[in-house]
Design a protein around this ligand. Structure first.
Ligand SMILES: Nc1nc2c(ncn2[C@@H]2O[C@H](COP(=O)(O)OP(=O)(O)OP(=O)(O)O)[C@@H](O)[C@H]2O)c(=O)[nH]1
Ligand SMILES: [Mg+2]
Length: 334
């Protein structure tokens, strides 16, 4: 008998294989792409929960509580946490260890942090694929935790089956600050640290913001939940609300997943095309030369892209024979 392959072990739910698979994805290894190919038809079963919010809002604490609560009903849970600190301090790994201890010896839980930096092909891609691995490994629920600061993070959470935006009580500025971008993606708002002064006021300012929106009959109106992640208060209610959302959107879940697939396909295609151009079409140093020419106003970005694009679709290689023609098209018309 031959030893099971990595993808077979992932599909069997082997934690070491899951860890290895996610590392391959993080490293942008060709083996990572191959793995996704092999497991893809076994994905799509897990329910994806995105959790975002400002740094220190208590997202990780909340996700841990949610995980513990979900385990009470025997549902298996995978967590992918995008950790902004890890690339500098290795904090993600330490954080992982601490968090894993809470679920130590529980095969039904897998927690993994990913660094925010160093993903050539995009953080969202890597995170999405890590979630796919956990999905294929049989986790019922996959939670993705991100710090809601950049477009990458928003993209990650937007494409989950349900998006949760966490906010902490404060001066009210935080709601203002989150307004742009993140607020629109919330299916459920969570005011965490509800033990703190001002939780009701924060909830009210979110409510005030929601009243500016018109919701049609049958539309989901994002509810505002209060939690205290450290004690776990409010977490069962939050999970009930997620379940309610899941039922409410059962009919439209497919279109959301289709949007996720579309976004992914476009990203991969763009990434692959750029890779091809850089590796096979442009000669060594040519990219820099084009940049210099743009800087010197000898050409413009559109003409430069036209020239490169035409060469790429003509199947020209860096060692090809059509160089004269390209130089000609790359020269601006006077
Ligand atoms: N008082 C209070 N503190 C909390 C609550 N939830 C979390 N905290 C504390 O807030 C701090 C940050 O919690 P984390 O769970 O690490 O927050 P996070 O949002 O994951 O942080 P980043 O991932 O670094 O953005 C920790 O010291 C928690 O103990 C809460 O409900 N009440
Ligand atoms: Mg965290």
């Amino acid at each position: 008998m031959t030893a099971p392959t990595l993808s077979e072990r992932v599909l069997a739910g082997d934690p070491r294989a899951i860890a290895r698979a996610i590392s391959l994805i993080e490293d942008e290894a060709a083996a990572g792409a191959e793995l996704i190919r092999r497991i893809f038809n076994r994905t799509g079963r897990a329910y994806l929960i995105g959790v975002t919010g400002p740094p220190g809002a208590g997202k990780s604490t909340l996700v841990d509580r949610m995980t513990a609560e979900l385990r009470k009903t025997s549902r298996t849970v995978g967590v992918v946490a995008v950790d902004p600190t890890s690339s500098y301090t290795g904090g993600a790994i330490l954080g992982d260890r601490v968090r894993m201890q809470a679920h130590a010896g529980d095969d039904g839980v897998f927690i993994r942090s990913m660094a925010t930096r160093g993903h050539l092909g995009g953080l969202a891609r890597a995170t999405g694929e890590a979630a796919m691995v956990l999905d294929a490994a049989g986790k019922d629920i996959v939670i993705i935790e991100t710090v809601g600061v950049g477009q990458d993070e928003v993209d990650i959470v937007r494409t989950a089956d349900v998006s949760i935006v966490t906010i902490v009580p404060g001066t009210g500025d935080e709601v203002q600050a989150l307004k742009a971008g993140i607020m629109e993606i919330a299916d459920i708002f969570v005011v965490n640290k509800a033990d703190r002064e001002g939780a009701d006021r924060t909830a009210m300012s979110i409510e005030a913001m929601l009243t500016l929106h018109t919701f049609a009959d049958g539309d989901w109106r994002p509810p505002i939940m209060k939690t205290e992640a450290t004690s776990g208060r409010g977490v069962p209610d939050l999970l009930d609300m997620i379940e309610k959302f899941r039922q409410h959107t059962a009919a439209t879940q497919g279109s959301r997943r289709r949007a996720r697939a579309e976004w992914r396909l476009r990203e991969l295609l763009g990434h692959r095309f750029l890779q091809h151009v850089e590796k096979n079409v442009l000669k060594a140093g040519e990219f820099e030369t084009v940049l210099d020419r743009i800087a010197a106003r000898e050409t413009d970005p559109y003409s430069a892209v036209d020239a490169i694009f035409n060469r790429a679709v003509a199947g020209e290689r860096a060692d090809g024979i059509h160089d004269e023609r390209v130089v000609a098209t790359n020269t601006p018309k006077k």
